[in-house]
Ligand binder design. Structure first.
Ligand SMILES: Nc1ncnc2c1ncn2[C@@H]1O[C@H](COP(=O)(O)OP(=O)(O)O)[C@@H](O)[C@H]1O
Ligand SMILES: [Mg+2]
Length: 251
């Protein structure tokens, strides 16, 4: 009998399904996924485990019913996105803890993890933007202060799980070392697309707690928007991303 049929589906996306096998969480990649993507995710996730952050441990990588799978500790509880949907009045409380955890991530170092700058340079070059725009974005990226802070790379309300023991962070495939403001600009962008009413409060809160100038984070927006172009899910998203790419500077 198929192993998959015996498990409960927790979440699904175009590239993966996450199951509960009764004991662990099993992230099963869609049949056409590249092996490199799966192994890279498992390796990157394992590197982040070494920082001591509250994240599930990877236990095994193997094929299940012919599909590559990462088996990890299951985190009980609900995502911050679900908690917010249930208690919209607590939005500010959730945002506070959301920002505190992100600051904790940025306080960690993981010297072998991929460099954010290299990744972003590659993404800029891979876009279908014209050469002048690519050059402008590459120059902007080059001029940014070079840091080595651990960045989640995809820090969103869906990737934070809350339970009685505390707050846990999942989905580490995009983790990088680099400038924390890039990570914050990415989160701001993700929130603007899905929770537009929270995006500004998030940015204000992060800047206040970290004593960062808002303009400094906003300077990353054109770069992060360009890197996100390929992942736009609708014409509206594409339009918003293109608007950010074209913003020259914020006053
Ligand atoms: N270790 C885990 N324990 C419990 N739930 C998990 C675990 N890992 C992922 N999930 C759930 O599955 C969802 C999708 O997993 P995620 O790794 O974020 O994949 P995606 O890349 O599609 O966002 C998460 O938002 C979370 O709800
Ligand atoms: Mg996720």
């Amino acid at each position: 009998m198929s192993e998959l049929k015996k498990m409960n589906l927790i979440a699904s996306s175009p590239t993966i399904d996450v199951y509960d096998d009764g004991e662990n969480a099993v992230k099963i990649f869609k049949p056409d996924s590249a092996k490199t993507v799966v192994l890279y995710e498992a390796l990157t996730h394992s590197r982040v485990e070494e920082t001591g952050l509250p994240i599930p441990k990877v236990l095994e990588v193997r094929k299940i019913d012919g599909r590559w799978s990462i088996i990890m500790e299951k985190i009980e509880g609900q995502t911050m996105a679900d908690a917010l949907a249930e208690n919209p009045n607590n939005a500010m409380k959730y945002l506070e803890s959301f920002v505190d955890i992100q600051l904790k991530i940025h306080s960690k170092r993981s010297p072998k993890i991929s460099k954010y700058k290299d990744f972003l340079m590659r993404k800029i070059n891979e876009t279908s933007l014209d050469d002048v725009k690519k050059y402008e974005l590459a120059t902007r990226l080059e001029s940014m202060p070079k840091h080595v802070k651990l960045c989640h790379g995809n820090y969103s309300l869906e990737n934070v799980i809350l339970n009685k023991r505390g707050v846990f962070i999942v989905d580490w495939v995009a983790a990088k070392q680099g400038n924390a403001s890039a990570d914050v600009a990415k989160t701001y962008l993700l929130l603007s697309l899905k929770y537009p009413e929270l995006a500004e409060s998030y940015l204000d809160l992060f800047c206040k707690k970290s004593d960062t100038k808002k303009k400094y984070v906003q300077g990353w927006l054109p770069i992060m928007a360009a890197a996100q172009l390929k992942h736009a899910k609708s014409d509206e998203e594409l339009e918003l991303l293109n608007k950010w790419i074209d913003v020259v500077d914020y006053e």
